[in-house]
Design a protein around this ligand. Structure first.
Ligand SMILES: NC(=O)c1ccc[n+]([C@@H]2O[C@H](COP(=O)([O-])OP(=O)(O)OC[C@H]3O[C@@H](n4cnc5c(N)ncnc54)[C@H](OP(=O)(O)O)[C@@H]3O)[C@@H](O)[C@H]2O)c1
Length: 284
């Protein structure tokens, strides 16, 4: 059984991003700068933001924060998004999630220039993904793909089960894997008899936020198990997988922490590189 080292994969991605960014900075003499829009207070978002900013600064990317109170209007956020779209000193835009309920994620994301869309969540970039013209891919699905590629896991013809159907994880990930000719099943809270599906998975990807949901008897022998879930518990950070039980049966498994999390942050840097390149192309 192999425990997948997410930190090592992340380090390789970061090294690659840094060397490409150094090259671009020499050519254009510009420091890549990414704007994060943060609405309200959310402890988990703040932690993620801190980690992402640290990783960004390590590869030479500057972060700028645009903070708003929880009650901010849609008009105010759209105004700032438009300013950032038109600001030549900003090379990427991130809308930190979750956002308050009175705001529509679709509405806000639709206003971000797809060329500056670091999260790959604008309808344009999701549409490209859907049509097989992948350009900027949402960070967590991209992280799962990078892990599977790094570990040389065969995708074509494999049965892949994803437990999650959110717009940031399950939906784009299912398309990403379909684009690689996997047979993909997407499960969620309304799935009847979850185990019936997971037992058939060559690759099981879980992102429910329910600690310990996936036990040894949920997985096929020698399956590859990717645990995206992150939950803060009184015993520390936990994934969806009952690690000790599942590790006896899986062929490979991502730990939590130290699995998908660091790779997601590294993939966010990959996307920042992409949006920076887009902005530099426009300058030519
Ligand atoms: N490692 C990383 O880099 C990373 C990145 C993003 C998110 N995450 C983590 O991934 C998890 C999901 O994040 P999210 O933003 O996608 O959350 P979300 O929108 O709440 O999605 C959770 C998904 O799991 C399903 N689900 C919940 N409980 C279930 C159960 N008992 N059985 C079957 N399906 C169940 C939900 O179905 P319904 O919608 O039908 O309820 C939904 O599809 C969280 O733990 C989050 O912290 C990690």
């Amino acid at each position: 059984m192999t425990i997948i080292d997410g930190r090592r994969i992340a380090d390789e991605i970061k090294k690659d991003v840094k060397s490409k960014l150094d090259e671009l900075k020499t050519i254009y003499g510009v420091t890549p700068t990414i704007a994060s829009i943060i609405i309200g207070d959310n402890k988990e978002s703040e932690l993620y933001l801190k980690l992402r900013d640290k990783a960004s600064s390590e590869v030479g990317i500057k972060s700028k924060h645009y903070r708003f109170s929880k009650g901010v209007s849609k008009e105010e956020i759209i105004k700032v998004i438009n300013e950032l779209n038109n600001n030549q000193d900003i090379h990427g835009i991130l809308l930190q999630q979750p956002i308050p309920e009175h705001l529509s994620l679709y509405n806000l994301l639709s206003n971000i220039n797809p060329l500056k869309d670091v999260e790959g969540l604008t309808p344009y970039n999701l549409g490209r993904l859907m049509m097989g013209y992948e350009k900027i891919i949402p960070c967590t699905p991209l992280a799962v793909l990078k892990i599977l590629e790094y570990m040389d896991v065969k995708l074509e013809g494999s049965n892949i089960v994803i437990i999650n159907h959110s717009i940031i994880v399950g939906k784009p990930l299912s398309i990403l894997l379909l684009n690689r000719n996997a047979t993909v099943t997407v499960c969620h809270v309304y799935t009847k008899n979850l185990k019936q599906y997971t037992l058939d998975a060559d690759i099981l990807i879980t992102a429910t936020g329910v600690p310990g949901l996936i036990k040894e008897d949920y997985i096929k022998k020698d399956a590859c198990v990717i645990d995206v879930g992150i939950t803060k518990t009184s015993e520390g950070i936990r994934g969806d997988v009952d690690f000790n039980g599942v590790k006896e049966k899986a062929s490979m498994l991502t730990p939590v922490p130290g699995g998908v999390g660091p790779v997601t942050i590294a993939c966010s840097l990959m996307n920042m590189l992409e949006t920076f390149q887009n902005c530099m192309e426009l300058k030519k």
